[in-house]
Design a protein around this ligand. Structure first.
Ligand code: ASP
Length: 222
């Protein structure tokens, strides 16, 4: 259960700094997230409630970046000069949790998001906490939908097609994260809980088995 995962991830921390910049109403989002996690969970404090966001990051015991729109999130982080400070904090041991857009920005770039470009960030470069790209909410194949009871085809690109477009230009491996799955990354090895599809340029797509370990290039670990 998600709440348990969060509490376990932050178990030795007394306060977690929540970054709600992927949404439009920061304090409402922080409040919603606090309620969702429950009173018994780790205490969540929104970065918007802090006087200075840079100091808040530097002093944070743990950082949790929520979902929403990834373009908006990266724009806000860039404008506040928080990309490098977050990266430095995490590299030096501050636990990080990123959900959806928060997982997109943990990657070298946010280019494998599903979001619409509703904001123009100065750059797509992201936190580079993990060395691979993540496509959140991944599902394979084409979409079908019900239109007045009739199942119809959707002609937009599948995720696989979009990821292969990314790989026409870039080499970074991509992990398609199925709903409810998560990766624990310790700085050199990842461990998957749930289901994920791996896209490595020049190789056939493959599934990462539940519970398995893998390296940054998506080679399976022992
Ligand atoms: N909009 C998603 C989220 O944060 C991110 C994505 O789909 O790329 O929930």
């Amino acid at each position: 259960m998600y709440q348990e995962l969060v509490s376990e991830h932050f178990s030795d921390r007394s306060e977690v700094l929540f970054v709600p910049y992927a949404s439009h109403d920061h304090s409402a989002y922080t409040e919603r997230m606090g309620q969702f996690l429950g009173e018994s969970n780790t205490k969540l404090v929104g970065i918007e409630a802090k006087e200075d966001s840079l100091t808040a990051i530097r002093e944070a015991e743990a950082i949790y970046v929520g979902g929403g729109n990834s373009f908006l999130l990266i724009k806000e982080l860039l404008e506040r000069g928080l990309i490098e400070p977050i990266r430095e904090a995490v590299i030096s041991g501050t636990p990080y949790l990123g959900v959806s857009a928060g997982a997109n920005v943990a990657c070298p770039t946010m280019m494998t998001t599903n979001d619409m470009p509703i904001a123009l960030p100065g750059s797509f470069d992201s936190l580079s906490i993990v060395p691979f790209q993540i496509n959140p909410h991944y599902h394979p194949g084409k979409v079908k939908f019900l239109d007045e009871g009739i199942l119809k085809d959707h002609f937009g690109e599948s995720r696989d097609q979009r990821i292969s477009e990314f790989h026409r230009i870039f080499d970074t491996p991509v992990i398609g994260m199925w709903e409810g799955s998560f990766i624990h990354w310790n700085g050199s090895i990842g461990r998957l809980t749930g289901k994920a599809t791996a896209f490595v340029k020049g190789q056939d797509t493959f599934e990462i088995p539940d519970g398995s370990s893998f390296y940054g290039d998506l080679e399976m670990g022992s």
